[in-house]
Design a protein around this ligand. Structure first.
Ligand code: NAD
Ligand code: UDP
Length: 344
């Protein structure tokens, strides 16, 4: 274990420091924020936004699915620091807030090494919440709509317990994230740690990895390359897609929300629902291509429908998505077009 900045010489010195800070005797300094998974798709947008807001950001990532390219423009900023580190190993950094985003999110990536995915969501989350306890930081966990599995309640409110296969190909992620939520709640109950749980629904936008295999990036890249769009199943399954800037706004509002119920999970997603077939048609329109559609088998346990009930986010955070789907898709397609032309 190691410490960034000037380490405390003793635990009593640390306790006095935090007492003085809490009582407002030490001046409120710039917020120091840890973003794990900060070189990934959502994490990189979050780091950028926090830097814009004047925070100091420590970005921790093992670069499994993230990339230095995502944070390249931040590396010369004095308030930004990158540490290559795997959260399944303990870490000690002195911060005020922790956004724990570290975890592959695309099915092909989280199923590549399922045991590692579970370790990241259990051992990794344990390490991060322990860090929060040690330095008295507030921690926000990036949870997921996958905690609802293949939902039998539609749309999904936070009170729904879900329909998850514990022994299927998606279980390492779904059950891992469910366990992560449990860990946070138990630390809240047992140790009074300030926890926040964001149940994130399908998010898309620039900086999604080209090889990520998720539906928006796949379809956009296929259309731009003139390759057939790969629809799994008959395309009637639905998802609700949220543009990344809206999501980041929701994460920051949730982190800084101080209501009595702030520890309880909150859905963050776009309640506008689309079938995968509709998405394919929209991508063809936005890319202005004539791409064909090719049908492929539906992966096992693929959820049939998904749409967030965001009443709690509206009431508590005053949050709802603002970016229209077509506009968000245009920005995402422009990003992939540039990436592809850079590849030559
Ligand atoms: P991503 O794969 O682009 O980013 C994840 C980042 O975490 C990557 O940079 C990766 O290298 C890093 N990482 C993975 N395991 C790690 C480990 N053990 N230690 C340190 N770093 C590690 O995915 P994303 O879409 O940016 O997702 C970010 C978070 O949001 C994830 O926790 C994901 O589960 C959650 N989420 C995302 C979505 C979505 O639609 N994008 C939906 C629901 C939840
Ligand atoms: N999907 C598809 N073609 C692809 C990739 C995904 O039809 O090339 C489907 C997938 O089967 C699922 C939906 O699109 O029904 C969303 O898949 P994604 O992997 O993006 O997210 P998740 O299933 O985790 O919501």
């Amino acid at each position: 274990m190691w410490c960034l900045g000037v380490p405390f010489q003793s635990s009593s010195q640390k306790a006095i420091f935090y007492q003085l800070k809490k009582r407002g005797i030490l001046a409120e300094e710039t917020k120091r924020i840890l973003v794990t998974g900060g070189a990934g798709f959502i994490g990189a947008h979050l780091c950028e936004r926090l830097i814009e807001e004047g925070c100091e950001v420590v970005c921790v990532d093992n670069l499994f699915t993230g990339s230095r390219a995502n944070i390249k423009h931040l590396l010369n900023n004095d308030r930004f620091e990158f540490i290559r580190h795997d959260i399944i190993q303990p870490l000690l950094v002195d911060v005020d807030q922790i956004y724990n985003l570290a975890c592959p999110a695309s099915p092909i990536h989280y199923q590549y090494n399922p045991v590692k995915t579970i370790q990241t969501n259990v051992v990794g989350v344990y390490n991060m919440v322990e860090l929060a306890r040690q330095v008295r930081a507030r921690i926000l966990q990036a949870s997921t709509s996958e905690v609802y599995g293949d939902p039998t309640v539609h749309p999904q409110p936070e009170s729904y317990w879900g329909n998850v296969n514990p022994v299927g190909p998606r279980s390492c992620y779904d059950e891992g994230k469910r366990c992560a939520e449990t860990l946070l709640i138990d630390y809240y109950l047992q140790n009074r740690i300030e926890v926040r749980i964001a149940r994130i629904f399908n998010t898309y936008g620039p900086k999604m990895a080209m090889n990520d295999g998720r539906v928006v990036s796949n379809f956009a890249i296929q259309a731009l390359k003139g390759e057939p769009i790969t629809i799994f199943g008959d395309g009637t399954q639905t998802r609700s897609f949220c543009y990344v800037d809206d999501l980041v706004e929701g994460l920051i509002r949730l982190m800084n929300y101080n209501g009595e119920d702030a520890h309880r999970p909150i859905n963050l997603g776009n309640p506008e629902e689309h079938s995968i077939l509709e998405l394919a048609r929209l991508i063809v329109q936005v890319t202005d291509t004539n791409t064909e559609i090719s049908n492929h088998p539906l992966p096992q346990d693929d959820p049939k429908q998904r749409r967030p009930d965001i009443n709690r986010a509206r009431d508590c955070l005053g949050w709802q998505p603002t970016i229209a789907f077509e506009k968000g898709l245009k920005q995402t397609v422009a990003y992939f077009r540039e990436k592809l032309s850079a590849q030559g």
